[in-house]
Write a protein that binds this ligand. Structure first.
Ligand code: C5P
Length: 227
């Protein structure tokens, strides 16, 4: 059976990774969470003191980019690949609201993007990959056989992210989560390098009122038209 490339883009917390994981499992494909890679670079910048509430030393981060190795390792129990920064599993640390509050600034830096995009293209070079992010269908794999663009109302998205954070035991308010979702969407779609936008040939999926099962059914129908 031929293998294809599936690109999933969209705004924050639209359920991209949920669909991507379901699809990868179903098709026996590799799943790559590119947001995790930008989050890993952000965590690195925080650990090194290059970024905090009051400042962001872009030059220092750029100079240190060669010291960052990001890798993925499949976790049998979790059922997906977890992200590692210089050999350390950081899957949990990168999901905090604090990382979410800095990540869009880091992701706007061209030097960061070109390095990560190169690695993403390498990971998907043999196809058989489901990759989610903001620029997969437009920049990373403009020739992907299937491109999905996910949308949902800001309220629904913030509610999902809020539930996730609360379930992990994080102390956050709904208002700050909503503000973060809106801020990131704004910065991500207004940056100069690879702004978030729907590729012309992407299919839009609004899941504000779709349950997981019906959404997956719909996506699977789209996938099946490609074989
Ligand atoms: O997907 P996730 O919400 O984890 O992504 C975190 C952030 O990483 C996004 O808000 C965006 O700033 C950045 N990102 C990006 N390009 C990608 C994936 C993520 O700029 N392909």
């Amino acid at each position: 059976l031929k293998k294809i490339t599936i690109a999933i883009d969209g705004f924050s917390s639209t359920g991209k990774s949920t669909v991507a994981k379901q699809l990868a499992k179903h098709l026996g494909y590799i799943y790559v969470d590119t947001g995790a890679m930008y989050r890993a670079v952000t965590l690195f910048a925080m650990q090194q003191g290059f970024i905090d509430k009051d400042h962001f030393n872009v030059d220092k981060l750029i100079a240190a980019l060669d010291n960052i190795t990001i890798s993925f390792k499949f976790n049998e129990t979790a059922g997906f690949a977890e992200v590692y920064l210089n050999g350390v599993n950081i899957e949990k640390e990168i999901r905090t609201l604090e990382v979410s509050q800095f990540v869009s600034q880091v992701a706007a830096v061209s030097e960061v993007r070109s390095q990560l995009v190169k690695q993403q293209q390498q990971m998907g070079k043999d196809k058989g990959v489901v990759m989610d992010g903001r620029d997969i269908g437009t920049v990373v794999f403009p020739d992907a056989e299937l491109k999905l663009f996910m949308i949902a109302s800001a309220d629904k998205r913030a509610q999902r992210r809020f539930d996730e954070l609360i379930n992990r035991g994080d102390k956050v308010s709904f208002e700050e989560v909503l503000k973060n979702v809106e801020d990131r969407d704004y910065v991500d779609s207004h940056r100069e390098d690879s702004p978030l936008r729907k590729a012309d040939d992407a299919i839009e999926i609004d899941n504000s009122d779709l349950d997981l099962e019906s959404q997956f059914k719909k996506v699977l129908e789209l996938v099946n038209t490609k074989f």
